[in-house]
Design a protein around this ligand. Structure first.
Ligand code: BES
Ligand code: MN
Ligand code: MN
Length: 476
């Protein structure tokens, strides 16, 4: 009986689907919330669970890599061909906080399957998209009949992506030799929609800060003193109001210096997508589109930098009035960044801009979080053609290109390892990342499995990276 490779892959996936979903559900039951210290043990448990699942999959090397924060998981499965490309898959095993009270219909850490979807925190972001690599590599081996994958496969699954990947770059630097790769595949993004499969080709970076403004040493009477001393809440509001001009461009001097300008070809790829503004607004749960003049909505979200007010506070917020000049006010700002912007240069420009605007009598402090750099895929890279072919085989459709407005530490891998970053994800906008009732579409999840089953063969057949022999993993 002869089977084409595609039907061998599909048969393998069908046969193992139930066990695969059971295993994923077991992992989703571990509340690996990296932002909440009370879940630190759960994040550790999630790392151990994954390492053992990867060992069970057949990875001869599985290790837990501690960091000063949450642990990462590393796994490696060398190819039998020493010249095969070395591929490093990146994902994360930590998740965003979730509680039933936030509006979940079922317990966030008790996954349920309903209407061919698995609901649970992390189903799409990112445990589901990490886990499809386990069945994917098994299906790949079933189709090739080989004992090892066609590429040297490495996995690095970090444990603190949802809290800013604070220790990630240092970990990658310390382990650069073990992580050496010809290409990095980030498995933590999405597609355009259920019916328009796409490959993401870029993510924005982010720099975020908290600003504290202090005026009087305590709340003071606004009739006795107001109008004659500076009010920190007014200063906070003025800062926010001055952040954008009438064209919704960010006013901080130097903010747009050196940014990668969208080429006509890139704009054409974006314009190819079936964008429907009313539908997009429904997904955004928003009531009007607005943003930088001269750019489409998708260009604004994917390829233009932003300044966003994430929080503003100060003064009396309780019921009724309270006639005071408040002692303090607070702002939380974040800046999404695009290629060409250096997060540290943006931090300095904003810090100087704020300092120049705070009047006498108001003290201020500005504290920056760990920034994330923007990252773009080289559109002419041969490995990108492999990803597009493999996805095309799995989905049976033309594959188009998107970007993501969100951020992740992909650029650190690119910088430190000197390898191009590609993105492979099957999540869709309705999956509800970071929201109540996060889910993953099971058909798409299994298309992810199928894509990787083809991808490793396609890469090995169609691409001989010049550096392959320099980065062969050492045995043992
Ligand atoms: N996987 C997301 C990034 C993402 C968001 C990709 C939307 C594609 C579409 C990642 O887990 C994430 O949530 N990143 C945070 C980073 C932050 C916590 C530093 C983000 O983008 O806000
Ligand atoms: Mn993610
Ligand atoms: Mn996330």
């Amino acid at each position: 009986m002869s089977q084409t490779p595609d039907s061998a892959v599909r048969t393998y996936i069908d046969t193992h689907r139930a066990a695969f979903l059971d295993d994923l559900a077991e992992w989703l039951r571990i509340p690996s919330v990296s932002a909440q210290p009370e879940h630190a043990d759960d994040v550790e448990r999630s790392a151990r669970w994954l390492a053992s699942a990867l060992a069970g999959t057949g990875f001869p090397v599985t290790e837990i890599w501690p960091t000063p924060g949450a642990p990462a998981v590393f796994a490696e499965w060398p190819s039998e061909d020493p010249d095969a490309p070395v591929v490093l898959v990146y994902g994360h095993h930590d998740v965003q906080p979730a509680a039933l009270a936030d509006g979940w219909h079922t317990e966030p850490f008790e996954p349920v399957i309903k209407d061919n979807r698995m609901y649970g925190r992390g189903a799409a972001d990112d445990k589901g998209q990490v886990f499809f690599h386990t069945l994917g590599v098994r299906a790949h081996l079933a189709a090739t009949g080989a004992a090892a994958p066609a590429v040297h496969l490495k996995l690095l699954i970090e444990g603190e992506e949802e809290s800013g990947s604070t220790n990630f770059r240092a970990l990658v630097e310390a382990q650069a030799a073990r992580l050496a790769a010809d290409v990095v595949i980030v498995s933590d993004t999405g597609m355009w929609s259920e019916t328009t499969p796409t490959v993401c080709t870029g993510m924005r970076g982010i720099a975020d800060c908290e600003i504290e403004l202090n005026g009087p040493d305590q709340d003071i009477h606004s009739g006795a003193f107001g109008g004659a001393v500076p009010n920190p809440a007014t200063v906070a509001a003025r800062l926010v109001a001055a952040l954008h001009d009438a064209d919704e461009r960010v006013t901080v001097p130097g903010f747009y210096d050196d940014i990668a300008v969208l080429t006509d070809a890139e704009r054409a790829l974006i314009a190819e997508l079936p964008f429907d503004e009313a539908e997009w607004l429904r997904t955004a749960k928003s009531h009007a589109a607005s943003g930088e003049a001269g750019y489409s909505t998708l260009e604004r979200v994917w390829a233009r930098p932003t300044a966003e007010v994430n929080g503003i506070g100060g003064g009396y917020q309780g019921p009724g009035g309270k006639t005071i000049v408040p002692a303090s006010a607070q702002l939380k700002l974040s800046f999404r960044l695009v290629s060409g912007q250096d997060p540290y240069a943006v931090q300095k420009a904003v810090t100087d801009w704020v300092a120049a605007r705070v009047p006498d009598g108001i003290r201020h402090s500005i504290v920056w979080g760990a920034p994330t750099r923007p990252c773009l895929t080289p559109l002419d890279h041969p490995a990108l053609r492999s990803v597009v072919r493999a996805m095309g085989r799995a989905f049976g459709e033309k594959i188009r290109f998107t970007r993501e407005g969100g951020s992740g530490p992909a650029a650190d891998l690119q910088d430190v390892l000197g390898a191009p970053v590609l993105f492979l994800g099957i999540s869709v906008p309705s999956d509800g990342w970071h929201s109540p009732n996060e889910k993953v579409e099971l058909d798409l999840l299994l298309k992810g499995v199928e894509t990787t089953a083809y991808l490793w063969s396609d890469l090995a057949e169609n691409w001989k990276p010049a550096s392959a022999s320099a980065s062969v993993p050492t045995a043992g």
